[in-house]
Design a protein around this ligand. Structure first.
Ligand code: G3I
Length: 380
């Protein structure tokens, strides 16, 4: 555990006390030099990509509109050596009609990454959301061919520019009825759609690392379902390099032990781990909030006392998570789902509400959470 030492206010007081004592000729027993006062965490923090370089890359998710604004741009340039497109690499953005693509925004992002020393995580090729309806029309054979062609065309287009792909996104069931999410892909093609997508990606770019990406891997039951899918793929020799753990979490959940368990399970299969969509919501909503938008926690961003307490809890959660991350050699990349609190999907999900889930505030300044992961001795 990190050593604990005083915050700035307590430091000032202790410094003042030392000054008064020495001015009075006091200051403790003769010959015993006072231990040097530790420095408080400064207003800025080190570049995260340098600070964590021995452990993993630091990524941030954004589209060009997200990383070009004046708040976010300096933050991503200073701290990230990996970038994920929040939306512009998804089929809804790239696939205009069969065989017709709109590359412009995604190409702009890839060029920005190359110019600024960032690798690109490609997100995502096969998902049940943000995919045009025409993907799912016709016979099963036509749908499979369309999926394989799409994956081939997109991975080929970005060959050498995208280091890894979230080939299949969120394929795991949320309940125990099946290992597989009951998506349109599953309904039309059965579980083999995952294999088809992975094989098409590998044949288009043998050097790109291929991932399955999902949320909720910190839930042991859902993790077990995902690992069943992974084991099935491995048994068939399907190309798969890693698992992406989204980690959309809150200040009270998950426990570090459950995250540790997820990373350990994947590494145990000989796979790489990436944390792909990390954010820590200020709210600890009940299940009904996600299922039916009822019982959601009320907005606290207008209450200074509640907000300060939540930001402190958030900082401690970020620290606990990064302390787990650092223990896993198999974890090669940690990406936050956004850059700074000026733009986050959580301002609209599960309900419209103020939320501040990232490491940097709405002005781009480091939050207590950013200090908590870079200064062991900082007390949020
Ligand atoms: O592009 C349209 C735009 O033309 C229109 O004017 C605007 C009006 O609302 O909507 C725009 O599309 C939105 C799109 O984001 C781009 O901003 C969609 O409505 C909106 O649903 C979409 O939300 C994205 C969501 O995925 C889609 O499910 C979020 O930004 C994005 O953060 C979120 O990301 C996902 C990951 O891909 C997978 N894991 C979960 C994560 C959070 O949901």
């Amino acid at each position: 555990m990190p050593a604990v030492f005083p915050d700035r206010r307590r430091l000032l007081l202790s410094g003042l006390a030392l000054h008064v004592l020495s001015a009075c000729g006091g200051g403790g027993s003769a010959g015993a030099a006072p231990s040097p006062a530790p420095a408080p965490a400064p207003a800025e923090i080190p570049a995260l990509k340098a600070h964590f370089a021995a452990h993993f890359k630091i990524g941030m998710a954004a589209d060009p509109g997200g990383y070009k604004n004046a708040v976010a741009n300096p933050v991503i340039l200073k701290h990230a050596n990996s970038i994920t497109a929040e939306n512009c690499f998804k089929p809804a953005s790239l696939a205009v009609s069969p065989g017709v693509y709109n590359w412009a925004t995604a190409d702009e992002l890839a060029a920005f990454a190359a110019a600024n020393g960032m690798v690109v995580r490609g997100h995502t090729l096969c998902w049940h959301q943000q995919t045009p309806d025409w993907f799912f029309t016709g016979t099963a054979a036509e749908v499979r061919a369309r999926l394989e062609t799409y994956v081939h065309d997109v991975v080929t287009h970005f060959k050498g520019k995208v280091a890894c792909w979230d080939v299949v996104n969120e394929c795991t069931s949320d309940d125990a009825s099946s290992a597989y999410r009951n998506s349109r892909w599953l309904q039309i093609l059965g579980p083999d759609y995952i294999e088809h997508a992975l094989r098409a990606a590998r044949s288009a770019d043998p050097d790109a690392k291929l991932f399955i990406n999902d949320y909720g891997t910190e839930d042991p039951a859902k993790l077990a379902r995902l690992m069943t899918i992974v084991a099935g793929l491995q048994a068939k020799g399907v190309p798969l390099d890693g698992v992406g753990h989204q980690l959309h979490v809150s200040t009270t959940s998950p426990t570090p032990a459950n995250v540790d368990n997820a990373l350990r399970s994947v590494a145990g299969k000989g796979l790489v781990n990436h944390v792909t969509e990390l954010d820590v919501s200020l709210y600890n909503d009940p299940g009904s909030c996600f299922a039916s938008r009822t019982g959601c926690a009320a907005d606290i961003t207008g209450d200074a006392t509640l907000l300060a307490a939540a930001l402190k809890a958030q900082a401690l959660q970020y620290r606990a998570l990064f302390n787990v991350f650092k223990q896993h050699a198999s974890l090669q990349s940690v990406t936050t789902w956004g850059i700074a609190d000026n733009s986050t999907w959580l301002s609209g999900f599960p309900i419209a509400r103020g939320n501040r889930p990232l490491l940097f505030d709405a002005t781009g300044a480091p939050k207590p959470a950013a200090r908590a992961i870079t200064y062991d001795s900082y007390l949020p």
